[in-house]
Design a protein around this ligand. Structure first.
Ligand SMILES: [Zn+2]
Length: 163
């Protein structure tokens, strides 16, 4: 896997303001399997996330009862049902395929969700958009199987589901 240096990272994408809020967009072609950034921030319990107000939208689940309140740029990486990036077990976001300059960087929030709490209507526009962002185990079985086969699912979910 190719790992960019910090200086280089800042030049391969930028945070952009759009109609639906901020997004992270590639500013040059990014090869497959490139580490893009790491999800990092304050570690919180599920209970604590309930007190965040609007900031709750910036949390990502990393274990059964652990959440990170993500710092930028990761907090601005949007969901897609057909993502071009994924989180690995160490919370690094990496490209799944060639991401063209000007293309938005996205990942699938469901690959890190098993909580029976938050859901969101999806308007990602992908041909097979699932219309609802929800827990991993509620996705169609063939999608679950493909994600598990490709290693795109957070380890805490695999453990919880006995996979
Ligand atoms: Zn979608």
């Amino acid at each position: 896997m190719y790992i960019s240096c910090e200086k280089e990272l800042r030049s391969i994408y930028s945070i952009q303001e759009g109609l639906h809020g901020k997004s992270v967009v590639a500013t040059r072609d990014i090869p497959p399997q490139t580490i893009l950034m790491r999800a990092s921030g304050e570690l919180l319990t599920f209970e604590a996330t309930r007190f965040l107000g609007e900031q709750e939208a910036y949390t990502v689940q990393v274990a059964v009862n652990k959440y990170i309140l993500c710092r930028p740029p990761f907090r601005f990486v949007n969901h897609s049902c057909n993502p071009n990036a994924a989180l690995d077990a160490d919370l690094f976001l990496y490209s799944l395929r060639l991401i063209k300059s000007g293309e938005e960087i996205t990942w699938d929030y469901s690959s890190s969700m098993l909580e029976r709490s938050w859901t969101m209507n999806c308007t990602c526009g992908a041909p097979h958009c699932r219309k609802l962002i929800t827990d991993f185990d509620l996705l169609p079985v063939e999608i679950q199987q493909r994600y598990i086969r490709n290693g795109w699912v957070m380890p805490f979910i695999l453990r919880a589901l006995g996979k």
